[in-house]
Write a new protein. Structure first.
Length: 126
C-alpha cells in the first residue's frame, strides 16, 4: 500500500502477494521479499517485476543499495544478493550463524551489516 503525503486514502501498488515481508524503497521502485521470491514495482504502482525466485526469508531481513537487493537465503542461511535489474543470485556471506532475523540487515556503499549472537557483523566488500 502507498499513502501519498497530504492524502488519507491508501492505494494498493502491488496486490495478490504471498506472505510479503521486508520492504525497501528507492527513488524509482518499491522492493519486497515474499514466500515466492524478490519483487519490485514502480513507486505509484504498475507492473510487478520478479527479481528472483530464490529461497527467501520468512522474516523482514532485506535491504537494497541502488544496485542490488540483499537477503538471507532461507535454504542455506547465507546472505545473498541479486541485481535490482534482475539476474543471478550471488552469495555475499556464507551461513550466518546465530543471526536474529528480526534484527535486520543493512548495506552502505561498501559493506553489508547484520546482527548475530549479540554482535554486529560487517563484510567488505559487498
Amino acid at each position: 500500500m502507498q499513502l501519498a503525503f497530504g492524502t488519507s486514502a491508501p492505494m494498493a501498488i502491488a496486490s495478490g502477494q504471498t506472505d510479503p515481508v521486508g520492504i525497501a524503497v528507492d527513488a524509482r521502485d518499491v522492493y519486497w521479499v515474499s514466500a515466492t521470491g524478490v519483487f519490485k514495482v514502480p513507486v505509484g504502482g504498475g507492473t510487478i517485476v520478479s527479481l528472483s525466485n530464490a529461497n527467501t526469508p520468512a522474516e523482514p531481513m532485506f535491504a537494497v543499495d541502488g544496485v542490488s537487493a540483499y537477503w538471507i537465503d532461507n535454504g542455506t542461511g547465507a546472505i545473498v544478493k541479486a541485481p535490482l535489474a534482475g539476474g543471478a543470485v550471488v552469495p555475499v556471506v556464507g551461513t550466518v550463524v546465530g543471526a536474529t532475523l528480526q534484527a535486520g540487515l543493512a548495506v552502505d556503499a561498501t559493506s553489508v551489516y547484520w546482527e548475530g549472537m549479540g554482535s554486529i557483523f560487517k563484510v567488505t566488500p559487498k
